[in-house]
Design a protein around this ligand. Structure first.
Ligand SMILES: C[S@@+](CC[C@H](N)C(=O)[O-])C[C@H]1O[C@@H](n2cnc3c(N)ncnc32)[C@H](O)[C@@H]1O
Length: 191
């Protein structure tokens, strides 16, 4: 997750895909309060900082080993070690929340989605990038990566959980023949 290929993909493909979704819907996150969930090495923190010049940017990850790297990349952003399913953050704090390729790593990803809903302010945006279930299986089978079985979902299951948590789907974009998906959700102003 901290190799040059991953970083290039984040910078030139994933961040740009999110920007296109935001632009198409006339949404600006410039100068807002943003959260980067499970930011791993923290490279995405640097990208988000540069792209959106947020008022405040916070990142977190579960793995202590990532913290050392994240300190190198985080720049002006704040960083903490934490679990996406139990965030030590107050309600309705963020205008935007980025989740780059992390939910399929989380056993209780539904719990993480609920936490994302809680910490987003009404009208706030959730941006999720996820590989399809078959891609997760492929990497598990042929590259020996370990993913929790519970974190492997079909797109319709994923969308159902998000909708039940209260999110409204604004847009969705497929990449590489649906191997990768980019979602833009909104927490409605009033439930
Ligand atoms: C594939 S990496 C993605 C890292 C980064 N977002 C990126 O796109 O490069 C998945 C990350 O999820 C983190 N993670 C897994 N379960 C987590 C949890 N419950 N809470 C927070 N982070 C978690 C892992 O430590 C890992 O850094």
């Amino acid at each position: 997750m901290n190799n040059p290929l991953r970083r290039m993909h984040l910078r030139f493909i994933e961040l740009r895909a999110f920007q296109k979704l935001l632009n198409r819907h006339n949404i600006t996150l410039q100068g807002k309060i943003l959260l980067d969930a499970a930011c791993g090495s923290g490279y995405s923190l640097r990208l988000l900082q540069k792209t959106f010049k947020p008022k405040n940017l916070i990142g977190f990850d579960f793995m202590p080993a990532q913290a050392r790297l994240a300190r190198r990349f985080k720049g002006q952003a704040s960083y903490f070690l934490g679990d996406a399913t139990q965030l030590p953050l107050v309600d309705e704090l963020f205008d935007g929340l980025f989740a780059f390729g992390m939910l399929h790593h989380v056993e209780n990803w539904q719990g993480a989605v609920q936490e994302f809903y809680r910490v987003l302010s009404p009208g706030g945006y959730l941006l999720v990038e996820e590989p399809s279930r078959s891609v997760v299986n492929f990497f598990g089978t042929y590259f020996g990566f370990e993913f929790p079985v519970q974190g492997q979902f079909e797109w319709h299951e994923f969308e159902n959980v998000l909708e039940k948590s209260g999110f409204k789907k604004i847009a969705c974009k497929n990449l590489y023949c649906s191997c990768l998906r980019f979602y833009l959700f909104q927490k409605p102003l009033a439930k």
